[in-house]
Write a protein that binds this ligand. Sequence first.
Ligand code: NAD
Length: 506
Amino acid sequence: MSSPLTYSTFDSIQDSVSYLRVNFDTGKARPLSFRKLQIQQLYDLVKDNEERIYEALAKDMNKPRSEALSGDIAPVLEECLYFLDNLDRLAKEEKVKPRLGMHAMDTVKVRRDPLGVVLIIGCWNYPVQLSLVPLVGAIAAGNAVVLKLSEISSYTAALLTELIPRYLNNALYRVVNGAVEETTFLLTQKFDHIFYTGSPNVGKIVMAAASKHLTGVTLELGGKSPAVITEDADIQLVANRIAFGKFYNCGQICIAVDYVLCPAARLDEFTNAFRKTIKEWFGENPKNSKDYARLVSVRHVDRIAGIIENRKSGGIVFGGDVDRDSRYIAPTLITDVKFNDDVLMGEEIFGPVLPVITYNNLDEAITLIKKNPPPLVLYIFSKKQKLIEQVLQNTQSGGVCVNDTLMHQAEYALPFGGVGNSGVGNYHGHRSFNTFTHERAILQKKQKLEFINKVRYPPYNSSRDAILRNFMVTHPYIVYLKRNRGPIKTILILIFLFLVYLKKRA
Ligand code: NAD
């Protein structure tokens, strides 16, 4: 079937970037009333066209309506409402208490300025959420935006390409479409920030392109996110929650459980519970279930079928069926997997295949987790706080979700982002605003009291230096005082400081 998406020409990409630059420079994107109007428009875009968005997501990957609601529609609507409610507060100048004594009488503040013309590159698995949520943050912060939609979810991209110009101001927000060639060209343009969601490999390309213009980046990447189950866990509950974190959108989610670390003694119990869950949710044949998505492309079907077929360890407990024509791969559980199996355990799976590795004590599981770069999320299933702490203290990850999966990403009060190989920076709510904002430091003095400044002007001498030191370095006694707030000690130290001062003046 031919793609419903028309790619942008290089000329139109270049024109869009220059046009946005000119319009950003007019200051039009800055007034809060304008930003709020645009955010309201974006809310209306999603609300008015909800049915069409469900249809497009179904065409792209058979995304079940409920998953499209929770994974694409709801986060955008909620983020728009959050900014309509909080933008005045977030954008306000922040008065800062000066640290230097010489600034005690001055105005010290931080302005929240937009970065300028920013580029957002969305991803195909949640093409509405992963394109429009960063867009809300960028608009809220007062930027002009080039939005590159994912060509892989082409129906959703085509729909957003039609709708965005109808709802948003065209002079400041533009959509660009294309594949590798167009993205490569787009990345040669100068932006003031690039926000990219996708694989670590392309993340490196984006970062290298950004470095040519010294442009800052936010990289929302992926990796192999493990779920570690401890001895004491309630296995049926764990099976349900891991299944949710594996088969939501057919495993095509950056925070999917990539593999499970299960105590050897509880493996049979886990496999039985997992089988039970899958049967209850998707029936005897998941292919017939309306609640099970499809892979986004034949390329991904072939990639995952290859992982199943060429794996170097493990036995299939259930699943493994592949139907290339309908882009179907059954929910698949593979046990007795070896950590050094470079097919199953090499790259992020990003599909409905769950390898299970067994361990005998928790330290062994922690050692395995640490063999990979820090994942985007670490899942821990345990009732014992001590064991949870043991895993937390000895590992690193973008985020952590204890006794559940995926839901930490839906909690927009938390930062969302990776660390190291799984990403750079974070977003959601006020953190999106910060991501697209320049904190402009302002020190404002009055044109009087010049005598105070004389201590820092030449000709330099030791008595001026002594005063300068007191203006610039907090006296250690004051720090001591703050840390030990006993009233008698306070008075004694103040008297002492006063005497030292009098002696120096005499
Ligand atoms: P990808 O990184 O391969 O591609 C994303 C986009 O980048 C494409 O649409 C294309 O336009 C462009 N692109 C691809 N190759 C390019 C190249 N060589 N040069 C320039 N541009 C290029 O995305 P993918 O691998 O299909 O997505 C899956 C990955 O994204 C997984 O690793 C997943 O974990 C990650 N992901 C992360 C998040 C997050 O929020 N952290 C969300 C979704 C997906």
